[in-house]
Design a protein around this ligand. Sequence first.
Ligand SMILES: Cc1ncc(C[n+]2csc(CCOP(=O)(O)OP(=O)(O)O)c2C)c(N)n1
Ligand SMILES: [Mg+2]
Length: 384
Amino acid sequence: MPTKTVTRRKSTEKTFKTNDGTTNGTGKTASKNSNQAKDGVTDTVNRKEAQVEYKERRKSQADSIKNTDPELLREMLYQMVFGRVFEQKCAEVYRIGKIGGFCHLYIGQEAVGIGSIMALRPEDYVITAYRDHVQAIIKGITPESVMAELYGRAGGNVGGKGGSMHMFSKEKGFFGGHGIVGGQIGVGTGMAYAQKYKETDNVTLCFFGEAAVNQGIFHESLNMAQLWKLPIIYICENNQYGMGTSQKRAMSISNIASKGDSYGIANEFVDGMDVLAVRDATLRAIERARKESLPTLLEIRCYRFMGHSMSDPGKYRTSDEIKKYQERDPIVLFKESLMEAKIISAEDYAKIETKAKEATEKALKFADESPLPDEKELFTDVYA
Ligand SMILES: Cc1ncc(C[n+]2csc(CCOP(=O)(O)OP(=O)(O)O)c2C)c(N)n1
Ligand SMILES: [Mg+2]
């Protein structure tokens, strides 16, 4: 039988008003997709198109730069460069066996974690999946303790017993590092419930990949978050692949932001190669969460430059596709925008790179010198 799919599609994708019409905090229907991607957006290999997009991003960054503190802009660039250098080193030392087990890198996605987490206050919470090294550092866990954790040493933030996927610090409000796809969405929703129950005005950022959206926990959590009006920002990092499976092959409706409409949750599609677009969208969501105690779903479109993990042979995508996205590198884009706005010079950038390399070396030295966990730690902190 020939396949015929289109006729019912409109009705599944339309937006819905919440019961009282305003409770999603936008004052209108839930969808706020002004820059919503059309069908499939950026996943065709077309270099010319990529260059045009790059120029457009530069223009929009120039506008945001005018409204942001130059010191903060420099710090954001430093953190992005540091995240990149730190993880390039992780790949290097993994290959010589200093890091064992799973290791998922964030290279290419830095703008998402840095743009959003740097918009928070220290008392706010973050919870994420296993691609967690850079996000943990931005939330305040030291690079030394992240590297030592990767090395499985006692100086790691969970004493060397968690490893790459399980960075954690209650003091810093970073609640993992979770290996079960989607598991953190339910826990994060509970964290936001606690923030509200205790009458704080703090918020939770809950990160997950696009593959987690197909899990039941995503839908159950979003329903509860809007029903109970929880101060949570769900950040779907849509890097377009779940291990070796492209989103196109796994998801019936690729417009993830619009899935918030099913639960009356305010939602936005965001360009994840543009750190300032991420920051601006997160600030809007934070305000909604703090002032009105309402959730938001952000779909942040990005791309991972490395494999799913260090053991991924990467046969499911072409090198041309990867190159196309590397041409839109979020760090290069931001650096060029800051140079054009005269916020940094070429000399400043060279200093930023040197500082990032030195900080990475310091973390490596700390990890190398940190002892293995003591034998008596074998049965502490073990719950199952
Ligand atoms: C419940 C569950 N099913 C399957 C897996 C195996 N698995 C590990 S990562 C992954 C892909 C997840 O992709 P995505 O959520 O898009 O995150 P990304 O790796 O792209 O950051 C899968 C299927 C798992 N860890 N947990
Ligand atoms: Mg993914």
